[in-house]
Design a protein around this ligand. Sequence first.
Ligand code: GLY
Length: 349
Amino acid sequence: MNVTVELDERSYDVVVEADARHQLADLIKKGAPRAKNVALVTSPSLAAQAWFDVQSGRDQFVLTVPEGEAAKTLHSLEALLESLAQRRLSRDDVIVGVGGGAITDLAGFAAATYLRGVALVQIPTSLVGQVDAAIGGKTGVNLRAGKNLAGAFYQPLGVLCDTSVLTTLPERERKSGLGEVAKCWLLEGRGVDELSTTSLSSLIELSVRLKAGIVSDDEREGGARALLNYGHTLAHALEKLSLRDSPDALRHGEAVAIGLAFAVRLARALGRVGDDEVTTHDAVLEQLGLVTVLPAHFDTGEVMDAMGHDKKAHHDLSFVLAGSSGFSVVADVDESTVRDVLERFKGEL
Ligand code: GLY
């Protein structure tokens, strides 16, 4: 299945199918016909996978970056840019990100900045990457002050979501991806009943269609794209605080699942939705096997502080919240209400 992200002359397809990685050579032939060299950016563990047989049809080399979220640092970006320069990658050449969201974010940012921009293809190999991170052109790295604080909008030539590589995905990675799937499902206003009969590939397809449609209308997050941050105000805060312990203490999708359960409780506290919406959210998250408990070790004050510094917050506490006429970004939410809902949510064990 192909879904087009419509951005005039920068439009591109997101291919979702088994063995989609084998379409790389064709994509480069069409999108970057003058390319001589292709840099495949990945991690050591992914480069060792049996499916890592990606052929670009050009001279290609593999550059490895740290595993997981540890890839998304200015330090990794610098090392990657230096390697690209040492290999003399030229303006006509192509960078291919092969990996999860951290790798495609880093590879994308490198492509946006190396020689002021070279062609990019994304081959997301995690569920989070396939349903969200690799689509829509957001690239970047984390700073000590928070997630994704340095980056660029930079659209790829195409995205190849190869569903066959998901079979080797560790369970924790799969679950994490389902956090973003749950977000899309809930944003579409779907209930729990049809969820049990929907296959994983249909869930990926649904999420890709939702995201491609939104990005086509609002590439740079002036409006509707902000809705894709549903659950993310709390999620980013938890991820930032967890990064102090270890880069892998809390995966993005795990944090999003907690953020979704919190956001619907906040919407209820603000009188925007009733108990039925909370029940639906909980049922959807539970059906997908997601954990929505906010671990007790998070300090409420620190979480509040981190949410205030989220780059999406624009100096006040803002959240994507459900309401009687759908979802919207609600700015300047009363701090004591947020604190109160957070405390009660933490007690829900
Ligand atoms: N992950 C949200 C977005 O791409 O806009």
